[in-house]
Write a protein that binds this ligand. Structure first.
Ligand code: HEC
Length: 109
């Protein structure tokens, strides 16, 4: 009984911890505080992402990303790139500046 209770408790605390980490994630915070350069972002995109999303992000294996920033928040876009939550899209580890540049490019689509 005590065992079950502590498992439930650990689970709740765990969920809470995940939320706190997301909201105050230093990586995300830094990215959002930087000025991204969409031209550099476009170059990063062509090297890392275009194989799946098309050279101009118009879709191939991966979906077209035209207008993607209208249905995904900035946090959602960063998460999409670094999480690896939706295979086959891999998990990327861009530097914060690279991520800021990418984000700024994605927002021009
Ligand atoms: C191996 C192929 C592949 C590569 C490489 C790839 N993606 Fe993706 N991407 C996908 C697939 C497949 C999805 C759809 C995932 C899903 O929602 O199930 C996706 C989804 C996305 C989405 C969400 C689209 C939406 O409408 O919500 C964004 C944003 C995105 N990718 C950006 C990128 C960026 C930026 C890069 C490069 C850093 C990248 N992707 C590299 C395959 C890829």
């Amino acid at each position: 009984m005590l065992m079950a209770l502590s498992i439930v408790l650990a689970f709740i605390v765990g969920m809470f911890a995940v939320r706190v980490v997301q909201a105050s994630d230093p990586y995300v915070k830094t990215v959002l505080s930087l000025d991204g350069d969409s031209v550099t972002g476009h170059a990063i995109f062509q090297i890392n992402c275009a194989g799946c999303h098309g050279l101009e992000a118009d879709g191939r294996v991966g979906p077209s990303l035209q207008g993607v920033s209208k249905h995904k928040s900035r946090y959602g876009l960063i998460h999409q790139v670094i999480s690896g939550d939706t295979p086959p899209m891999p998990k990327f580890q861009p530097s914060t500046q690279e991520m800021a540049d990418l984000l700024s490019y994605l927002e021009t689509l």
